[in-house]
Design a protein around this ligand. Structure first.
Ligand code: WTA
Length: 663
């Protein structure tokens, strides 16, 4: 967030209480009801969560234990209970009116619409699960998904869950190298992918990238690659290993009993960036996760039977797990799944789709909103006013801080000053919403995620773990374990403890990695951004060290690299790389050509989303005499600020001028 944006957040004094109509319609109506739930959690923490676990989850074997803290911070919830996540998403609705309700309205990139009911979805998931079972996939196995945003993507995730196989979805924009690293780390037995994906009218390869990943080596655990033939275009097939969906499903029954798993069984592992090292495999449970996926659908979005819910996140991210693949289904909602991009065939696509499908709850990211504001300023035809948005009743925001200007535009032009905006703060590690307004209760303040959900013990502390008063900025923590929290970093329990439960805070307090401040008047939380070396570019998390490692891996060219973030009006943050080459500092066209080569290299190493926006070359990097890179100085340079810091400890102050030039 830019310092200007922070400034305007801090002086924000506009308040938007829920209207009478919204309050009346909502499940949790008015602040007193919210406070009553908070009080219930405070008075009997375990009893509160046990009640929600019974209300939200269908248990094949009821739990008798609630929270087990004996091996903290490796907390267990409902540890003797058994369930199946797919049964909790689909089977639970059979024999109820939801059985024949539309579960998914799928709109393809080219606009073609397909609808499936809950019954049809259960049949498809069961048939798919039977296909996987016939190929040897079983409970406890890990399966990697590299899929487009399609019904098939959701079906594949649900089918894994049905068998008790742990899925690990990799976003379709990541590189072959990223896929290979995740296959190796998670020890996947199979990959589920598509021949191609369609995005913005273009056909982009997925299967070829999986082939490239496996060819990199270390992927001996992979027995099969299952291929959804999304397009008619041919692709390379390896006999014996590669199986098209048509073959996988041929002759398989649509009846597949869900495999009960323990509440703590890993439903999925999802990789995300941290401040150090390679991306970490965030391991989630089944019981606690499903509880929160459904409960937050009901609280934060107030989802009702008549709603048409649309979360625009890709299934490759946590938001697409909780609010596409599991939450809406567990809640019995009708949801829209969209394959394409918001700007194709024009930047009015979201608004046109809301009108077409009578969407009532719309959940997207600030980056998307900011880019659509820009587009609609340039072309009235793609402005939200050009579509009928009267079906909308609730809006949501997720992934990064929303600046008050974007909030106001979203509120006015999309929500027509009628729809509350739930600015939901949470992380991959949290499983579901943590701090968010409730649409029928919480008075909204632009740019603030307001208050923690009942049962979530969020707080702001200083480095020593002491609570800070309202108005004082500090570190965001969660004091007590909650059911949908991360259970482990796959295969790295030491890193899990160190990253999230640092000794300095007593070893039992969850450290979010974000800075936050509570407002003086209402105690509302405002997230001020990451306090570690994690960047948030267009709502995508990226570690500066990951990008640095990618750059220095170009050994013929790069001697040293340092990466920092700088504020960007459109993407929130932008990646700025400072690079020392193994050759003289280039200028002009040569510098531009090398910068392009490095960007393409990073895209190949990690994925296009990690491409540095700015690349700056210098003879060396600003370091102290003891050799430490002065990152604060680099951040100032990235912002284009004049350097006012003390540079007397610098080895070579002259390089600051060199590093001020962007390529
Ligand atoms: C940021 C996405 C401000 C934050 C669900 C967090 C937010 C990181 C918000 C997690 C929000 C997410 N307001 N910041 N409403 N939501 N963030 O793991 O920095 O992809 O730590 O999970 O995004 O990103 P992740």
């Amino acid at each position: 967030m830019s310092s200007n944006a922070i400034q305007s957040v801090l002086v924000e004094n506009r308040v938007f209480p829920p209207s009478e109509a919204v309050q009346k319609a909502a499940r949790i109506s008015g602040m007193a009801n919210y406070q009553a739930l908070c009080a219930e959690a405070e008075n009997d923490y375990e009893g509160f969560w046990a009640r929600l676990a019974r209300e939200n989850v269908v248990w094949s074997k009821p739990f008798t234990q609630i929270l087990d803290e004996s091996n903290a911070p490796f907390y267990k919830w409902f540890a003797d209970g058994e369930l199946n996540a797919s049964a909790n998403s689909l089977d639970r609705h059979m024999g109820t009116p939801t059985e024949n309700k539309t579960a998914i309205i799928f709109e393809a990139d080219d606009g073609q619409v397909t609808k499936v009911t809950y019954r049809e979805l259960l049949d498809r998931v069961s048939q798919f699960a039977n296909g996987l079972k016939a190929r040897g996939v079983k409970k406890g196995d890990r399966v990697l998904l590299y899929m487009p945003m399609t019904i098939e993507g959701v079906v594949a995730m649900q089918a894994c869950a049905r068998l008790g196989a742990t899925h690990s979805v990799v976003f379709g924009g990541f590189s072959a190298k990223a896929v290979q690293e995740r296959i190796v780390d998670v020890g996947a037995v199979a990959v589920i992918t598509a021949n191609y994906q369609m995005r913005g009218g273009k056909e982009l390869p997925l299967k070829a990238i999986v082939d490239e990943a496996i060819a990199m080596g270390g992927c001996e655990s992979i027995k099969n690659v299952f291929v959804y033939e999304r397009t008619a275009s041919p692709y390379a097939k390896e006999a014996g290993r590669d199986v098209p969906f048509s073959e996988l499903l041929a002759g398989q029954s649509t009846d597949c009993p869900p495999v009960p798993v323990n509440a703590e069984h890993p439903l999925f592992v999802l990789y995300t960036s941290g401040s150090t090292g390679k991306p970490k495999g965030v391991q989630h449970s089944t019981g606690g996760y499903m509880l929160w996926a459904r409960q937050t659908m009901r609280w934060s979005f107030d989802v009702q039977d008549s709603d048409v819910f649309w979360c625009t996140a890709d299934i490759g991210w946590i938001t697409g797990h909780t609010y596409v693949a599991y939450g809406p289904l567990a809640a019995g909602a009708t949801q829209i799944v969209f394959e394409g991009v918001p700007t194709y065939p024009n930047a009015g696509r979201f608004w046109q789709m809301i009108e077409r499908h009578k969407c009532t709850i719309f959940y997207t990211a600030p980056t998307a909103i900011r880019s659509l504001i820009k587009a609609s300023e340039a072309d009235a035809a793609v402005h939200p006013n050009a579509s009928d948005l009267s079906s909308l009743r609730i809006l949501g925001s997720v992934g990064e801080p929303i600046n008050p200007e974007a909030w106001m535009w979203y509120y006015k032009h999309v929500g027509q000053e009628r729809c509350p905006i739930v600015d939901t703060f949470w992380q991959t590690e949290n499983g579901g919403h943590m701090i968010t307004p409730l649409p029928g209760a919480t008075p909204l303040v632009p740019g603030s995620c307001t208050l923690p959900l009942p049962g979530i013990t969020a707080a702001i502390v200083d480095e020593a773990g002491h609570d800070l008063p309202n108005g004082a900025g500090g570190m965001l923590v969660v004091k007590r374990p909650w059911p949908s929290m991360i259970r482990n970093i796959w295969g790295d329990p030491e890193r899990f403890k160190k990253s999230y439960f640092p000794e300095e805070l007593g070893g039992k307090t969850y450290l979010a990695g974000d800075g936050a401040v509570r407002s003086e008047d209402r105690g509302y939380f405002r997230i001020t951004g990451r306090i570690d070396d994690v960047l948030n570019v267009s709502g995508h998390r990226m570690g500066t060290m990951e990008i640095e490692s990618a750059l220095v891996a170009k050994t013929d060219l790069v001697a040293e690299a340092a990466v920092v973030g700088r504020p960007d009006d459109l993407t929130g943050e932008a990646i700025c790389a400072f690079v020392v080459l193994k050759r003289p500092v280039p200028t002009g066209d040569e510098a531009k050509a090398i910068a392009k080569e490095l960007r393409d290299w990073v895209a190949k190493e990690i994925g296009p989303i990690a491409k540095p926006k700015d690349i700056r070359f210098g003879e060396n990097l600003p370091k102290t005499r003891s050799g430490k890179i002065m990152r604060r100085l680099l951040r100032s340079l990235a912002k284009g600020e004049t350097i006012t810091q003390d540079t007397s400890t610098l080895e070579n102050p002259a390089i600051l001028d060199q590093l001020a030039n962007t390529n």
